[in-house]
Design a protein around this ligand. Structure first.
Ligand SMILES: Nc1ncnc2c1ncn2[C@@H]1O[C@H](COP(=O)(O)OP(=O)(O)OP(=O)(O)O)[C@@H](O)[C@H]1O
Length: 235
């Protein structure tokens, strides 16, 4: 298993934002992580990437514990946080070179050229990040997440706010990346889950209310759309 989560919990004061969740994810699969606003998706992702420490429970990435082996975990994970925080004053190539240095990548110039081509940043590669449109900023975010060729990709709402053309391009890229990596992605777009995901977890109030393959979820709720299933399980 490339992701293994057991009874993972996060409290913020009195609030249990994530309440004892357990799940696994395998390579070559895209796992859709769904839930209403405030359900605990981003908090879970932040614990998997080591940005937040769990209050209880544990998580392993490719057998490495996120708390006791944080550096190994960071080398195995690519993370695109919600709202794609980036250094707006840096140029695209400069930023990707900077990120690549943090990962000690050999032949960095070549790798920067590769990821620029992979995410379709070619025409914008000489601009400052702050000058880019939202869709191209998102591509920079994805490029920084994959530059070290991680085995696991954690993408927090990777397509929010994109126009239909950008959306299709980014989805295709995620689908391609998912062939060889383990991808967890959160989204509120049900159509995107149907288009991209092999497996689905639905989380509500910090707890898992569904964990199944896309096909099983559909057959267990025959005749219902994913949106109807989501609303039934989370309202
Ligand atoms: N640093 C924090 N301090 C206090 N409460 C927090 C903190 N981060 C998140 N929370 C709370 O934890 C709960 C879960 O938040 P989280 O961001 O994980 O939800 P989400 O499922 O990602 O939501 P969305 O779909 O809106 O992005 C929310 O009630 C949120 O207010």
């Amino acid at each position: 298993m490339s992701i293994s989560v057991k009874a993972l919990t996060k409290h913020f004061g009195q609030q249990k934002a994530v309440d004892g969740i357990s799940f696994e994810a395998k390579p070559g699969q895209i796992l859709g992580f769904l839930g209403p606003n405030g359900a605990g998706k981003s908090t879970t992702m932040k614990m998997l990437t080591g940005y937040l420490s769990p209050s209880a429970g544990e998580a392993e990435i490719c057998g490495k514990n996120v708390v006791s082996e944080p550096l190994q975990v960071k080398s195995l994970i690519g993370y695109l946080p919600e709202n794609t925080p980036l250094y707006n004053e840096m140029y695209v190539r400069e930023f990707l070179g900077f990120v690549g240095q943090l990962y000690h990548i050999d032949d960095l110039d070549q790798r920067v050229r590769e990821v620029i081509a992979m995410v379709g940043l070619g025409p914008e590669q000489h601009k400052k990040i702050g000058m880019l449109s939202k869709g191209y900023k998102q591509r920079v975010g994805l490029a920084q997440a994959i530059i070290h060729d991680p085995q696991v990709l954690i993408l927090d709402e990777p397509t929010s706010g994109l126009d239909p053309n950008q959306l299709a391009d980014i989805r295709k890229l995620i689908k391609d990346l998912g062939k060889n990596k383990t991808v967890i992605l959160s989204t509120h777009i049900m159509q995107e889950v149907e288009a991209l995901c092999d497996d689905v977890i639905i989380i509500s109030k910090g707890q898992i209310v569904a964990n199944a393959t896309m096909a099983d979820l559909k057959s267990q709720n025959a005749g219902q759309t994913l949106e109807e299933i989501f609303r039934k399980l989370t309202s």
